[in-house]
Ligand binder design. Structure first.
Ligand SMILES: Cc1ncc(COP(=O)(O)O)c(C=O)c1O
Length: 396
C-alpha cells in the first residue's frame, strides 16, 4: 500500500472530478486539484483589485514566473533560464522545428516516423518539405521500441542533425530509453529533442540525465495543470542554435543601425506570453505534484494500472497492447475486446460516467483502434472495480 486510506481520502477530496465521474483520460487532459482552481481565482481577484497593470501585480507576476521555474527545476532538474512558458507541447516542438537553421543536406531521425504522436511528426514533415531535409525513420517493433545499435549505426553516418522521439508513447504507454539515446546523441554531436507530453508528472524525468537539448510538455496532462499552459525546455548551451519563433518587445533590443540583438534565453523566446492566470494554476499544480513527490505519484499510478491489468486480463476476449514489464510502461493501458468496436466501448463507458479514450496503433501495417485507459494517482480502487465490472458486461 503506497498511501493509507486516509491519504487517498484527502486526495479524492482535492479532485472534485472524483465525486462526479470515473475519469481515466489523463493522457489527454487531467483535472485540476482544488488548490490550483483556487490559485487561479485568487490570481484573478488580485489582478482585478490591485491591477491589472500596476507595479504590485507586475511584481507578483515576476515572482510567479520565478517560482514556477524553480519548481520545474525540482521536477525535471532544469535551470530557471532553460524554461520557456508556452501553451502546449506542440508549441514547444515548433520552437525547435522552425528555429533551427536547416540545410538541404541535413538528416532528421524520427522514431517510427508517423508512429510518433502527430504533434511530434507534422512539424518535422513540414521542415522536410520546406527545406528538402531528409527524414530517417527509426524502425520500431510492435511495442514502439527500437534497436539502440541501429540508432548508433545511423548516428555515426554524416549529416544527422537531430534525433526526436517521445519519452513515453501516447497510445500504449511504452517508456523509451531516452537516456541511452541521449548518450548516442552526445557521442555523435547530434541534437536531441524529446516530446515529454506523456512523461512529465507521470514518471521521473531528468533533463540532465537524458542530456537532451530540447524538451516540450504540457501542464494539462500528468501535472494536472490548466489547459493552455506548457513548457519548452531549451538547454542553456543549445539556445544559440535557435532563431526565436516569435520576436517582440521583450525578447530583443535594437542597435543604432536598426539591427536586432536577441536577449539571452529564456527572454529570447519568452515574448508575448500572457497566460498568467494559467501560470498561477500551473504553479499550484506543480506544488501539488511535488508535495506528493514524483516517486509516490509513479508508485500510485502504476499500482492502479497493475490492478486494472490484472482484473481485466480475466476477460477472455481482451487483447492488450504495449509492454508487459511495468518498468517500461506508464500507467496507460491499451486494449481491444474481440467483437466490440473500441469507439462503442468508449461511448458505453461514458454512459456509465466512466471517461476513457479511443486511440490508434499501427501494427504490421494495420491500423488498430484501441481503448486507452490513462489512470492517475487519484483513481481509487472503487473506480477500478466499477470499470472492470462495466467492461465485463460490454465484453459479453
Ligand atoms: C506524445 C504526445 N505529444 C504531443 C501531444 C500534443 O500535446 P499538446 O496538446 O500539449 O500540444 C500529445 C497529446 O496528446 C501527446 O500525447
Amino acid at each position: 500500500m503506497i498511501y493509507d486510506s486516509l491519504d487517498l481520502e484527502s486526495i479524492l477530496k482535492d479532485f472534485p472530478v472524483t465525486r462526479k465521474i470515473t475519469y481515466m483520460n489523463n493522457g489527454s487532459l487531467a483535472p485540476l486539484p482544488l488548490s490550483s482552481i483556487k490559485a487561479m481565482t485568487d490570481f484573478l481577484i488580485r489582478y482585478s483589485e490591485l491591477g491589472p497593470d500596476s507595479s504590485t501585480i507586475q511584481e507578483h507576476i515576476v515572482s510567479l514566473m520565478k517560482e514556477t521555474r524553480i519548481r520545474l527545476g525540482h521536477l525535471i532538474n532544469s535551470e530557471p533560464e532553460e524554461i520557456v512558458f508556452t501553451q502546449s507541447t506542440t508549441e514547444g516542438l515548433n520552437y525547435v522545428s522552425t528555429g533551427l537553421n536547416w540545410k538541404e543536406s541535413d538528416i532528421l531521425v524520427i522514431r517510427g516516423g508517423p508512429h510518433e504522436h502527430y504533434a511530434n511528426y507534422f512539424p518535422w514533415l513540414n521542415v522536410a518539405n520546406k527545406f528538402k531535409v531528409k527524414i530517417k525513420e527509426l524502425k520500431i517493433d510492435n511495442n514502439g521500441f527500437f534497436d539502440l545499435d541501429e540508432l548508433e549505426r545511423i548516428a555515426k553516418s554524416s549529416n544527422i542533425k537531430l534525433i526526436t522521439l517521445s519519452h513515453a508513447l501516447y497510445n500504449n504507454g511504452a517508456i523509451l530509453p531516452v537516456e541511452e539515446v541521449g548518450k548516442i546523441a552526445q557521442d555523435n554531436d547530434i541534437l536531441l529533442c524529446i516530446d515529454a507530453a506523456q512523461s512529465v508528472g507521470s514518471i521521473d524525468v531528468d533533463v540532465k540525465r537524458i542530456n537532451c537539448d530540447f524538451m516540450a510538455f504540457p501542464s494539462f496532462k500528468w501535472v494536472c495543470g490548466p489547459p493552455g499552459t506548457g513548457i519548452f525546455f531549451c538547454k542553456k548551451k543549445s539556445a544559440s542554435l535557435l532563431e526565436p519563433k516569435y520576436i517582440g518587445n521583450e525578447s530583443a533590443i535594437i542597435t543604432e543601425k536598426k539591427e536586432l540583438v536577441f536577449l539571452d534565453s529564456p527572454k529570447k523566446f519568452q515574448t508575448g506570453f500572457r497566460n498568467y492566470v494559467g501560470l498561477a494554476g500551473f504553479e499550484a499544480s506543480l506544488r501539488y505534484i511535488l508535495r506528493l513527490g514524483i516517486n509516490t505519484v509513479r508508485k500510485m499510478n502504476i499500482s492502479v494500472a497493475n490492478q486494472l491489468r490484472n482484473e481485466l486480463s480475466k476477460i477472455p476476449s481482451i487483447q492488450f497492447f504495449g509492454p508487459d514489464n511495468e518498468k517500461t510502461r506508464t500507467s496507460i493501458i491499451s486494449f481491444t475486446i474481440d467483437g466490440v468496436e473500441s469507439k462503442t466501448i468508449v461511448s458505453k463507458l461514458e454512459e456509465k460516467e466512466i471517461i476513457v479514450a479511443e486511440r490508434e496503433i499501427h501494427i504490421d501495417k494495420r491500423l488498430i483502434k484501441i481503448v486507452r485507459l490513462s489512470p492517475h494517482f487519484f483513481n481509487s480502487y472503487d473506480e477500478i472495480s466499477k470499470l472492470v465490472r462495466e467492461l465485463q458486461i460490454i465484453s459479453k
